[in-house]
Ligand binder design. Structure first.
Ligand code: ZN
Ligand code: ZN
Length: 237
Protein backbone atom coordinates (compact mmCIF):
# COMPACT_ATOMS: atom_id res chain seq x y z
CA UNK A 1 0.00 0.00 0.00
CA UNK A 2 1.44 3.35 -0.90
CA UNK A 3 0.50 6.87 0.23
CA UNK A 4 -0.11 9.45 -2.49
CA UNK A 5 -0.96 13.16 -2.21
CA UNK A 6 -1.98 13.92 -5.77
CA UNK A 7 -2.87 17.61 -5.44
CA UNK A 8 -0.02 19.92 -4.41
CA UNK A 9 0.62 23.46 -5.70
CA UNK A 10 4.09 24.87 -6.31
CA UNK A 11 5.26 28.48 -6.27
CA UNK A 12 4.04 28.72 -9.88
CA UNK A 13 0.45 28.96 -8.62
CA UNK A 14 -0.36 32.58 -7.74
CA UNK A 15 -2.36 31.45 -4.67
CA UNK A 16 0.43 29.22 -3.27
CA UNK A 17 3.14 30.30 -0.84
CA UNK A 18 6.43 31.21 -2.49
CA UNK A 19 8.08 28.65 -0.18
CA UNK A 20 6.54 25.83 -2.26
CA UNK A 21 9.88 25.15 -3.97
CA UNK A 22 11.53 21.79 -4.79
CA UNK A 23 13.81 21.49 -1.72
CA UNK A 24 11.02 22.34 0.74
CA UNK A 25 8.37 20.12 -0.85
CA UNK A 26 10.86 17.25 -1.22
CA UNK A 27 11.81 17.53 2.46
CA UNK A 28 8.17 17.57 3.66
CA UNK A 29 7.32 14.62 1.40
CA UNK A 30 10.09 12.63 3.12
CA UNK A 31 9.10 13.76 6.62
CA UNK A 32 5.43 12.91 6.06
CA UNK A 33 6.43 9.62 4.40
CA UNK A 34 4.49 10.23 1.22
CA UNK A 35 5.48 7.69 -1.43
CA UNK A 36 4.32 9.83 -4.31
CA UNK A 37 2.90 13.30 -4.98
CA UNK A 38 1.58 15.20 -7.95
CA UNK A 39 2.42 18.85 -8.58
CA UNK A 40 -0.79 20.37 -9.94
CA UNK A 41 -0.43 24.09 -10.62
CA UNK A 42 -3.25 26.21 -11.99
CA UNK A 43 -3.30 26.09 -15.81
CA UNK A 44 0.50 25.72 -16.01
CA UNK A 45 3.24 23.06 -15.84
CA UNK A 46 6.55 24.88 -16.02
CA UNK A 47 7.90 23.71 -12.67
CA UNK A 48 7.37 20.01 -13.37
CA UNK A 49 10.85 19.33 -14.74
CA UNK A 50 12.52 20.97 -11.73
CA UNK A 51 10.41 18.98 -9.28
CA UNK A 52 11.01 15.75 -11.20
CA UNK A 53 14.77 16.28 -10.89
CA UNK A 54 14.50 16.89 -7.15
CA UNK A 55 11.80 14.37 -6.24
CA UNK A 56 12.84 11.80 -8.85
CA UNK A 57 10.67 8.67 -8.62
CA UNK A 58 7.99 10.21 -6.48
CA UNK A 59 6.26 12.54 -8.93
CA UNK A 60 3.21 12.04 -11.13
CA UNK A 61 3.08 14.97 -13.60
CA UNK A 62 -0.13 16.95 -13.23
CA UNK A 63 -1.98 20.23 -13.65
CA UNK A 64 -5.20 21.79 -12.31
CA UNK A 65 -7.24 23.30 -15.12
CA UNK A 66 -10.15 25.73 -14.77
CA UNK A 67 -13.01 25.42 -17.24
CA UNK A 68 -15.13 28.29 -18.51
CA UNK A 69 -17.81 27.28 -15.95
CA UNK A 70 -15.15 27.81 -13.22
CA UNK A 71 -14.89 24.10 -12.51
CA UNK A 72 -11.47 22.83 -11.43
CA UNK A 73 -10.27 19.65 -13.15
CA UNK A 74 -7.07 17.86 -12.19
CA UNK A 75 -5.24 16.02 -14.93
CA UNK A 76 -2.46 13.43 -14.55
CA UNK A 77 0.00 12.37 -17.24
CA UNK A 78 2.38 9.49 -17.85
CA UNK A 79 5.17 11.89 -18.85
CA UNK A 80 6.18 15.50 -18.30
CA UNK A 81 6.35 15.95 -22.08
CA UNK A 82 2.63 15.15 -22.38
CA UNK A 83 1.79 17.53 -19.53
CA UNK A 84 3.87 20.33 -21.09
CA UNK A 85 2.28 19.79 -24.51
CA UNK A 86 -1.19 20.10 -23.01
CA UNK A 87 -0.20 23.21 -21.04
CA UNK A 88 1.24 24.82 -24.17
CA UNK A 89 -1.96 24.05 -26.04
CA UNK A 90 -4.38 25.46 -23.44
CA UNK A 91 -2.27 28.59 -22.97
CA UNK A 92 -3.90 30.19 -26.01
CA UNK A 93 -7.26 29.84 -24.22
CA UNK A 94 -6.13 31.92 -21.23
CA UNK A 95 -7.87 35.30 -21.35
CA UNK A 96 -5.44 38.21 -21.30
CA UNK A 97 -5.83 40.25 -18.13
CA UNK A 98 -3.74 42.91 -16.48
CA UNK A 99 -1.67 40.92 -14.05
CA UNK A 100 -0.04 42.56 -11.04
CA UNK A 101 1.94 39.98 -9.06
CA UNK A 102 2.03 42.25 -6.00
CA UNK A 103 -1.74 42.02 -5.74
CA UNK A 104 -2.61 38.76 -7.47
CA UNK A 105 0.28 36.60 -6.29
CA UNK A 106 3.67 35.66 -7.67
CA UNK A 107 3.97 32.93 -10.31
CA UNK A 108 7.55 31.76 -9.98
CA UNK A 109 9.39 29.33 -12.25
CA UNK A 110 12.32 27.76 -10.38
CA UNK A 111 15.05 25.25 -11.15
CA UNK A 112 15.66 22.10 -9.10
CA UNK A 113 17.94 24.08 -6.73
CA UNK A 114 15.06 26.50 -5.97
CA UNK A 115 16.80 29.19 -8.01
CA UNK A 116 14.51 31.81 -9.48
CA UNK A 117 14.28 31.46 -13.27
CA UNK A 118 11.52 33.86 -14.25
CA UNK A 119 8.05 35.11 -13.41
CA UNK A 120 5.25 33.67 -15.49
CA UNK A 121 3.70 36.66 -17.25
CA UNK A 122 0.24 35.38 -18.18
CA UNK A 123 -2.06 35.19 -15.16
CA UNK A 124 -2.76 31.50 -14.54
CA UNK A 125 -5.40 31.80 -11.81
CA UNK A 126 -8.27 32.38 -14.20
CA UNK A 127 -10.80 30.32 -16.17
CA UNK A 128 -9.74 29.06 -19.59
CA UNK A 129 -12.00 29.89 -22.51
CA UNK A 130 -12.87 26.21 -22.82
CA UNK A 131 -16.03 24.41 -21.71
CA UNK A 132 -15.80 21.59 -19.21
CA UNK A 133 -16.70 19.08 -21.93
CA UNK A 134 -14.00 20.41 -24.28
CA UNK A 135 -11.43 20.51 -21.48
CA UNK A 136 -12.00 16.86 -20.60
CA UNK A 137 -11.73 15.85 -24.25
CA UNK A 138 -8.48 17.79 -24.56
CA UNK A 139 -7.04 16.06 -21.48
CA UNK A 140 -7.88 12.69 -23.03
CA UNK A 141 -6.36 13.70 -26.36
CA UNK A 142 -3.04 14.18 -24.53
CA UNK A 143 -3.49 10.74 -22.88
CA UNK A 144 -4.17 12.42 -19.54
CA UNK A 145 -6.52 11.29 -16.78
CA UNK A 146 -9.13 13.93 -15.84
CA UNK A 147 -10.38 14.17 -12.25
CA UNK A 148 -13.07 16.51 -10.92
CA UNK A 149 -11.25 18.38 -8.13
CA UNK A 150 -12.71 19.10 -4.63
CA UNK A 151 -16.22 18.36 -5.94
CA UNK A 152 -18.25 19.82 -3.08
CA UNK A 153 -16.12 22.89 -2.43
CA UNK A 154 -15.96 26.21 -4.29
CA UNK A 155 -14.80 25.59 -7.90
CA UNK A 156 -15.76 21.93 -7.59
CA UNK A 157 -18.16 20.44 -10.11
CA UNK A 158 -20.99 19.82 -7.62
CA UNK A 159 -20.59 23.22 -6.02
CA UNK A 160 -20.55 25.07 -9.36
CA UNK A 161 -23.08 23.02 -11.38
CA UNK A 162 -25.12 21.23 -8.70
CA UNK A 163 -24.81 17.90 -10.52
CA UNK A 164 -22.24 15.59 -12.03
CA UNK A 165 -22.46 16.20 -15.80
CA UNK A 166 -23.22 13.12 -17.88
CA UNK A 167 -19.74 12.35 -19.04
CA UNK A 168 -18.47 8.82 -19.11
CA UNK A 169 -14.94 10.05 -19.73
CA UNK A 170 -14.42 11.02 -16.08
CA UNK A 171 -14.15 8.14 -13.62
CA UNK A 172 -12.25 9.75 -10.75
CA UNK A 173 -13.20 12.60 -8.45
CA UNK A 174 -11.57 14.24 -5.46
CA UNK A 175 -13.75 14.74 -2.38
CA UNK A 176 -13.17 16.94 0.67
CA UNK A 177 -15.71 15.43 3.08
CA UNK A 178 -17.48 12.19 3.88
CA UNK A 179 -20.68 13.69 2.42
CA UNK A 180 -18.91 14.46 -0.85
CA UNK A 181 -17.37 11.00 -0.87
CA UNK A 182 -20.80 9.35 -0.33
CA UNK A 183 -22.37 11.34 -3.15
CA UNK A 184 -19.52 10.45 -5.52
CA UNK A 185 -19.60 6.75 -4.68
CA UNK A 186 -23.38 6.68 -5.20
CA UNK A 187 -22.81 8.16 -8.65
CA UNK A 188 -20.27 5.44 -9.52
CA UNK A 189 -17.02 7.38 -9.16
CA UNK A 190 -13.77 6.24 -7.58
CA UNK A 191 -12.68 8.83 -5.01
CA UNK A 192 -9.30 10.40 -4.25
CA UNK A 193 -8.54 12.37 -1.09
CA UNK A 194 -5.67 14.84 -1.43
CA UNK A 195 -4.40 17.88 0.45
CA UNK A 196 -4.68 20.61 -2.23
CA UNK A 197 -1.66 22.01 -0.38
CA UNK A 198 -0.77 25.66 -0.95
CA UNK A 199 1.67 25.78 1.99
CA UNK A 200 4.34 23.25 3.08
CA UNK A 201 2.53 22.25 6.29
CA UNK A 202 -0.57 21.24 4.33
CA UNK A 203 1.26 18.62 2.24
CA UNK A 204 0.04 15.12 3.12
CA UNK A 205 -2.68 16.34 5.51
CA UNK A 206 -4.90 14.19 3.29
CA UNK A 207 -3.75 11.40 1.03
CA UNK A 208 -4.99 8.52 -1.06
CA UNK A 209 -3.86 4.92 -0.54
CA UNK A 210 -3.08 2.89 -3.62
CA UNK A 211 -2.88 -0.89 -3.47
CA UNK A 212 0.19 -1.62 -5.52
CA UNK A 213 3.52 -3.36 -4.98
CA UNK A 214 5.66 -0.95 -6.96
CA UNK A 215 5.47 2.81 -6.38
CA UNK A 216 6.89 3.55 -9.84
CA UNK A 217 4.88 6.57 -11.13
CA UNK A 218 4.22 4.82 -14.47
CA UNK A 219 2.60 1.90 -12.64
CA UNK A 220 0.55 4.30 -10.51
CA UNK A 221 -0.57 6.14 -13.62
CA UNK A 222 -1.87 2.81 -14.99
CA UNK A 223 -3.87 2.23 -11.81
CA UNK A 224 -5.38 5.72 -12.03
CA UNK A 225 -6.22 5.20 -15.70
CA UNK A 226 -8.34 2.12 -14.90
CA UNK A 227 -9.65 3.11 -11.48
CA UNK A 228 -11.24 0.60 -9.14
CA UNK A 229 -12.38 0.98 -5.54
CA UNK A 230 -10.42 -2.15 -4.67
CA UNK A 231 -7.10 -0.51 -5.48
CA UNK A 232 -7.73 3.21 -4.89
CA UNK A 233 -8.76 4.09 -1.35
CA UNK A 234 -9.65 7.56 -0.06
CA UNK A 235 -9.54 8.38 3.66
CA UNK A 236 -13.23 7.37 3.84
CA UNK A 237 -12.83 3.96 2.12
ZN1 ZN B 1 -8.94 23.85 -7.13
ZN1 ZN C 1 -5.69 23.07 -6.14
Amino acid sequence: MIKADLHVHSCLSPCAQITMVPSVISQVVKEKQMDVISITDHNGCHNLNSFAKKIKNRLIPGVELTSFEEVHVLAYFSSIEQALSLCNFVRSFLPKVNYDPEIMGYQIVVDEQDQFQRLEEDFLGIALQLSLTDLIEIVHSYDGIPVYAHIERRFGVLYQLGIFPRNDQVKLVEARSREGWAQAVKSGFVVLSNSDAHTPDEIGCRFTRLKVEDSNPKELFNILSMPSRERILSVWD
